[in-house]
Design a protein around this ligand. Structure first.
Ligand code: T3D
Length: 263
């Protein structure tokens, strides 16, 4: 047992980052934000890191903001917005922009910002006992960390409004069937499935995957016309990379490709 709010495990080609405040269902305090930011910056700086896996310790994934830090005395108000500006928003932007895939292994409840941080990851796997809760409305808040942006895009307006306004938990199975997440797996299989995905990404054409992320990120704000132009430009870039030539050669030679990594 350790009292470090974030644990980092360096594996061959990827890193596992574990949110580690299990007594509070891994809710965020300042120290956890700072440690997570550092862990992600180190992963990005390491050219051998070609995927990131984020999970939680104990029975939860993340319960969002630690509300112990938001308790006001009678008559006092708490000024919000600062933590979004300083921590949550940069975190969501970073997860979307990292030049390699980010996998969330949602091992238990993901609530509030914890839910939307999971949804900001590229691939969301969840254990069957996990749940997703837009818990903000229970305490008079608005979904943040990208929730009001990503929910209608993933599951449509009707379901987004239901989740946000009612703040009811959504089971992992339903989250998969609604298209909120990639896959729901048995709890006992979650860690191994997530590891398998990261091992796959660690041997994949990472620079091409980074372009795919950028193209998908851009599509939300683009017309079809603009997106077609962007695809043409990105395809040109991809075509100049050695991984493309290697991928085609390996296909023709009926062998496994040997991709170069992030360089
Ligand atoms: O700057 C800003 O504040 C703006 C940014 C906001 C971002 C946000 O995320 S706002 C939303 C904050 N999160 C919540 O409102 C969720 C609060 N938690 C819950 O609703 C429930 O705990 C869950 C639905 C997540 C899980 O319920 P359950 O029954 O499985 O567990 P529990 O018994 O409620 O929680 C277990 C323990 O974790 C408990 O402590 P105890 O009694 O054993 O000592 C509980 O107090 C603690 N815990 C859970 N969530 C939080 C928390 N402690 C502090 N903050 C939490 N968010």
């Amino acid at each position: 047992m350790t009292d470090q709010p974030i644990l980092v495990d360096k594996r061959a080609g990827y890193r596992v980052v574990t949110l580690n405040r299990p007594d509070r269902l891994n809710a965020f305090n300042e120290a956890m934000h700072v440690a997570l930011k550092a862990a992600i910056a180190e992963a990005e700086a390491d050219e051998n890191c070609r995927a990131l896996l984020i999970t939680g310790s104990g029975r939860g994934f993340c319960a969002g903001q630690d509300l112990n830090d938001r308790l006001a005395r009678p008559g006092e108000t708490v000024v919000l917005g600062g933590a979004l500006e300083a921590h949550y928003n940069p975190l969501v932007r970073k997860l979307r922009e990292l030049p390699f895939p980010v996998v969330a292994a949602v091992n238990g409840v993901a609530a509030g910002a914890g839910c939307n941080i999971a949804l900001a990851c590229d691939i969301v796997l969840a254990g069957r006992s996990a749940s997703f809760v837009q818990s903000f409305a229970r305490i008079g808040l608005v979904p943040d960390s990208g929730g009001t942006w990503i929910l209608p895009r993933l599951i449509g307006d009707a379901r987004a409004r239901g989740l946000a306004l009612l703040a009811e938990p959504l089971t992992a199975e339903k989250a998969e069937s609604w298209g909120l997440i990639w896959k729901c797996v048995d709890d006992a299989a979650l860690a191994a499935e997530a590891q398998k995905l990261c091992e796959h990404f660690a041997a994949a054409p990472t620079q091409g995957l980074a372009l795919i992320k950028r193209a998908l990120n851009a599509s939300a704000g683009n017309t079809l016309d603009a997106q077609l132009d962007l695809e043409r430009d990105f395809q040109r870039l991809a075509g100049e990379m050695p991984d493309y030539a290697e991928g085609v050669r390996a296909f023709m030679e009926k062998r496994k490709p040997n991709f170069t990594g992030r360089k």
